[in-house]
Design a protein around this ligand. Structure first.
Ligand SMILES: [Zn+2]
Length: 205
């Protein structure tokens, strides 16, 4: 990012905050007023900026960088997610904002049902399972693609020894459709992508 003056920076930050709130609302996040740190965390969770510990200063910088990137019609690049193995494998991870929100998104997307045995609450407690266990693949701990819904028993049986994927075959298409709809709203689609989206929209999920 080129150096920008403080006044200009504040202006950018205001625009960046507005843009980020709008974008997150379109993604289904609640329309609440949050501070820069939380806003940056939410963008990170949506895969728009790298995951990180966003403090007061670093969150402002990250928001502005993201906004300027968006403004210049750059393609949104999928950020390299850096994760700390110690943090990811700790029990605290399961209470973190990043995890609880991602976990909820997975339940929304795949539904409230064990994808292995079909059991539903309240008969069972549902877990969001790391297909590739986070103890062995900490870098995949916050990857939507690595998560499925299992009941407590199925998850216990799977433990960290198995890496079975019980998701139905269409989930990737549905996920791709959501990605394209999101991109259409934000940046617009090229002709190939438009065709792809039209095809996906005719499928029933
Ligand atoms: Zn089950």
């Amino acid at each position: 990012m080129k150096k920008i003056a403080q006044r200009e920076k504040n202006q950018y930050l205001r625009h960046a905050r507005n843009q980020a709130q709008r974008k997150l609302q379109q993604l289904g996040h609640p329309a609440t007023i949050v501070n820069n740190s939380e806003l940056a965390s939410r963008l990170a969770l949506a895969g728009l900026i790298p995951l990180g510990n966003y403090g007061k200063k670093s969150s402002a910088t990250a928001l502005i960088a993201w906004y300027r990137g968006l403004d210049s019609k750059d393609k949104i690049k999928r950020p390299q997610k850096k994760v700390n193995k110690k943090v990811v494998t700790s029990d605290d991870f399961l209470q973190s904002w990043e995890w609880t929100n991602l976990r909820y998104r997975v339940l929304q997307f795949h539904g409230r049902q064990c994808q292995c045995c079909g059991a539903k609450p309240p008969a069972v407690i549902l877990h969001v399972d790391h297909i590739k266990p986070r103890s062995k693949y900490p870098e995949l701990a916050l990857e939507f693609d690595n998560l499925q819904v299992l009941c407590a028993s199925c998850n216990k049986g799977k433990s960290n020894k198995h890496e079975d994927d019980f998701r139905d075959e269409d989930w990737k298409k549905k996920h791709r459709m959501e990605e394209l709809l999101f991109k259409e709203m934000m940046l617009g689609l090229n002709d190939d992508e438009k065709q792809e989206l039209l095809k996906l929209l005719t499928l029933e999920f």
